[in-house]
Design a protein around this ligand. Structure first.
Ligand SMILES: NC(=O)c1ccc[n+]([C@@H]2O[C@H](COP(=O)([O-])OP(=O)(O)OC[C@H]3O[C@@H](n4cnc5c(N)ncnc54)[C@H](OP(=O)(O)O)[C@@H]3O)[C@@H](O)[C@H]2O)c1
Length: 347
């Protein structure tokens, strides 16, 4: 049995962590924090948890966090960088769902996030928590920087093509769409029902914070410099990301759709949470809703030169809390898939 805590338990990734962790008999949740709801029962805020959770929200300032083996930070960017170091120094492992420890170059992080980083030494020690590329390092990590939601789909979609050196890394395109829960639970005009439903639009086209994270990851997979055009869109759904990725084959390289299919199947055959669909079947967001799976298709339309990858995930599961639990399992020497084998919810 391990003891865990959740800082930021009243948000969407926090309640998703609770949904995944509460049924487990090998994990005890010692605290769930919320400053706004401190002293109230968690199941008053989230009636979905009634009968499964006797905890009250605590103010993070009053909690003895060091009694935990591992603490999740499900907090806005710029929070964990202040609070995680003391825990880490007390021997507590940390999985940070925010972007505080994802980007190795501090100047790049500070430029994109508009903050001064307060614990750069821990950025250096943090392991980027994408198990499909970093599994062994995650097992022995004290601090895991859980990837962003878009970066998970986009990196996994490009991964086999970059590792095999097949595509022109200066001409990559990620055209990606997310449901509104990706913006978190705090009230904001763009995520109001009357704004987001029955509507579809791009945002952050001139520069989204996930761009440097994705480019850093793709650079790690490839021996050539990366140039990615990344355009995010807001979908009128609650959960789900759909990314359509475009990568032209390098000049002089030929690969048939059958060869690309075989490459993807072979790269992910041992991955418990990546499903390569049969040739000709396209992924849909509802096929992964509530599950920790990324589903992918690889195509070469009309036999032309551009490889197209379609990738879907649930932004709150493989894009956030599910991947965080997968990382916890690895860090704590547990079975990687423990608690993550629930089936998607459909329709
Ligand atoms: N939503 C997604 O799909 C998604 C996917 C991947 C990664 N992420 C990342 O995961 C993190 C959490 O996202 P979310 O969507 O769950 O956000 P959210 O719904 O806005 O929840 C944020 C939580 O953090 C707490 N909090 C805010 N400021 C705090 C502070 N200074 N100290 C301690 N607690 C604080 C809030 O509670 P109180 O204010 O009451 O304390 C709340 O419980 C973010 O960094 C986000 O970028 C989100």
């Amino acid at each position: 049995m391990i003891n865990v805590g959740i800082i930021g338990g009243s948000g969407y990734t926090g309640v998703e962590l609770l949904r995944l962790l509460l049924p487990r008999t090998d994990v005890s949740i010692r605290f769930v924090s919320s400053r706004a709801h401190a002293g109230t029962r968690v199941d008053e805020q989230f009636t979905s948890l009634r009968g499964h959770c006797d905890l009250e929200f605590s103010d993070p300032a009053t909690i003895n966090q060091a009694e935990c083996d591992l603490v999740f930070f499900a907090t806005p960017n710029g929070t964990a960088m202040h609070q995680a170091p003391a825990l880490l120094e007390a021997g507590v492992k940390v999985v940070d769902l925010s972007a505080d420890y994802r980007i190795k170059d501090i100047g790049t992080w500070e430029r994109w996030y508009g903050l001064t980083h307060t614990s750069p030494a821990w950025v250096e020690r943090a392991v980027y928590g994408l198990p499909e590329i970093n599994r062994e390092a995650i097992r022995s990590a004290d601090l895991v920087a859980n990837p962003g939601c878009y970066p998970t789909t986009v990196q996994l979609g490009f991964l086999p093509l970059l590792e095999a050196g097949l595509v022109d890394t200066k001409s990559l395109i990620a055209d990606a769409k997310s449901g509104v829960s990706g913006a978190g639970r705090a009230a904001s005009v763009p995520t109001l029902l009357a704004e987001a439903s029955d509507n579809f639009k791009a945002y952050g086209v001139s520069g989204h914070r996930h761009l440097p994270e994705i480019e850093q990851g793709l650079t790690f997979m490839s021996d050539s410099p990366i140039d990615l055009t990344f355009t995010p869109h807001l979908l009128p759904i609650i959960r789900g990301i759909h990314a359509t990725l475009y990568a032209p084959l390098k000049s002089g390289v030929s690969a048939s759709e059958e060869e690309l299919q075989a490459l993807f199947e072979s790269r992910f055959k041992s991955e418990p949470f990546v499903d390569v669909l049969p040739s000709g079947v396209y992924p849909e967001t509802r096929s992964v809703k509530g599950s920790n799976t990324v589903r992918l298709s690889v195509l070469k339309p009309q036999g032309r030169n551009t490889v197209v990858v379609l990738a879907v995930e649930d932004n709150l599961v493989k894009g956030a809390a599910g991947q965080a639990v997968q990382n916890m399992n690895l860090m704590m020497g547990m079975e990687e898939t423990e608690g993550l084998q629930g089936l998607p919810l459909l329709p």
